[in-house]
Ligand binder design. Sequence first.
Ligand code: G3P
Ligand code: MG
Length: 235
Amino acid sequence: MSNKILNIGHRGAAGLAPENTLKSVQRALDYGVDWIEVDVYHIDGELLVIHDDRLERTTNGSGYVLEKSFTYLRSLDAGDGEQIPTLQEVLTLVDRRAGINIELKGPDTAEAVAALIHDARREGWQNSQFLVSSFNHHSLQHIKEIDPDIPRGVLLYALPLDYAAAASELTAFSVNMGMSFITKAFVEDAHKRQLKVFVYTVNEAEDFARMAALGVDGIFTDYPDRLQKFLRNSE
Ligand code: G3P
Ligand code: MG
C-alpha cells in the first residue's frame, strides 16, 4: 500500500444514495473508491447488507432485522426502490474494482463471511481485497481462528488506555477508529504496531485535512466525491 490516503466509501456512498444498497455501492465505484464498507447480518443462512438492528430508519419495514425472514427482508424497499442486497450481490457488482470492507454487525456472521471469502477466492478475488471488521472483537477472533489469512480491522470508537493494543492482539491489518476520539498519539501507537489507521466517518473538507494531518492511512466517508476532490487537490 502506498502513502496515499485511501478513499473508503461508507455503506457504499451513504451521502449520495440510500446506504448499503447496490445503488450506493455503484455511486462509490463511480468515484473510484479504493474500498467499499458495508455492514452485514446473517439471516436464514444468507448474508444481508444493512446497518441498523431495526428496519424503520432505512426501509419501509418495521421491527428487528434478526426476527425477520430473508424473504420478508428482501421484499422491503431500502430506498429508491432498492432491495436490501446480499453480500454476494455486492461482490458481483464490485467485481474486484475495489476492496470490500465487510463489517460484521449481526451475530453469527463470522463463519458465513469466511466461507463467502473462500468462494470469492475461487473466482479470482485475493485475500488482500477483503477487510473484515467489527466492534465485536470476539467475532474477529473467530474469523482469525477460521482463517488467519483473512485481513482483520479492529473497530474502536472511544480511546482505550492502551491505544491500539487490541488490534495487535488480533494481529489485525488495521485499526478502524472513530473520528471523535482519534489523536496523534493513537495514530503513532498504531503505526508503531505496524497497523494501518482508517478513520470514520469523515464528510467535511476541514475534517479531511485534520485527519490527513494526523497521518491516517484511509478515510471512511459518506461522500467519496468530496474526498476524491480533496485528495486530488492535495496531490
Ligand atoms: O466501519 C466504519 C463504520 O462503519 C463503523 O460504524 O456504525 O457506521 O457501522 P458504523
Ligand atoms: Mg459500518
